[in-house]
Design a protein around this ligand. Structure first.
Ligand SMILES: Nc1ncnc2c1ncn2[C@@H]1O[C@H](COP(=O)(O)OP(=O)(O)OP(=O)(O)O)[C@@H](O)[C@H]1O
Ligand SMILES: [Mg+2]
Length: 251
């Protein structure tokens, strides 16, 4: 199973969802690879010391002769490995201009490690550019985090259009696994309204598990930990664990 976590809107909880879903899968004994495709490298920083990251997904994607395994790093979490990002990834688009296989580079690299990992989670950047398209072409499933906010659904049309384009040619097998509502505040009328609105648009695709707003979730990456070791009794830990169960059930 290869899950891309994508939404071109910035700051909606993609990275928080990617790191904690990957950690939850690993905790459940699944051999998991977290691929950081965002030049901001936030997923990478959540598990690794950036000073030790000398090679990144960029090196493997830009050079067909570099195997993905060469850049993959183990983490302090059992069963969890990371394919790290560096700012160099921002140069990828320019580097691959004119390459006929530009959209298939990540897929080809992941094919090399399919026997090593049962689950791959890809953290996408907040764009619909070449990096996100590479993730959608490589993925079996797409998970869309939507922030519980007044403008929650703005931009989802563009995302759905991109998904349809990818499905029509390079990856007809791509499935929308689901939509997860993040940073939710169930105490306010606005929060409840937004949830209803998202459910109206995405229906049964919306996960039953909703991720509520939580300071612990916000803090955990700074300590290079997932929510499961940083604050195992927090609402965020319970919610991401439940989301992981739903993900496994749906796939
Ligand atoms: N449930 C939550 N409760 C409180 N804060 C959260 C929650 N989820 C994410 N955040 C915080 O919101 C900010 C944005 O989250 P995150 O980095 O996961 O979003 P993103 O979609 O990956 O952003 P970008 O588009 O920049 O990659 C971060 O500071 C994160 O710590
Ligand atoms: Mg992010």
């Amino acid at each position: 199973m290869i899950v891309a976590i994508a939404n071109q809107k910035g700051g909606v909880g993609k990275t928080t969802t990617a790191i904690n879903l990957a950690a939850a899968l690993a905790l459940r004994g699944k051999r998991t690879l977290l691929v950081d495709l965002d030049p901001q490298a936030n997923s990478t920083m959540s598990f690794l010391d950036m000073q030790t990251v000398t090679r990144s997904v960029y090196d493997a994607i830009a050079d067909p002769t570099v195997p993905l395994a060469d850049i993959i790093r183990t983490t302090s979490v059992g069963n969890l490995a990371v394919a790290p990002s560096r700012i160099a990834l921002a140069k990828l688009e320019a580097k691959l201009v004119g390459e006929l296989d530009a959209h298939f580079r990540l897929k080809d690299k992941l094919d090399q490690v399919r026997r090593t990992y049962s689950h791959v989670v890809i953290d996408c950047p907040p764009t619909l550019g070449l990096l996100t398209v590479n993730a959608l072409v490589a993925a079996s499933h797409l998970l869309i985090p939507i922030q519980s906010s007044y403008f929650a659904l703005e931009g989802t049309d563009d995302l759905l259009e991109t998904i349809e384009k990818v499905r029509s040619r390079p990856n007809p097998a791509l499935q929308i696994l689901g939509v997860v509502i993040t940073m939710h505040d169930k105490r306010t009328a606005l929060g409840r309204d937004i949830r209803a609105q998202i459910q109206k648009v995405f229906g049964g695709k919306v996960f039953k598990t909703v991720i509520t707003k939580s300071v612990r979730l916000e803090e955990s990456p700074a300590y290079k930990e997932s929510i499961f070791t940083f604050a195992p009794d927090s609402s965020g830990a319970t919610e991401y664990y439940r989301l992981c169960e739903e993900v496994i059930d749906r796939a």
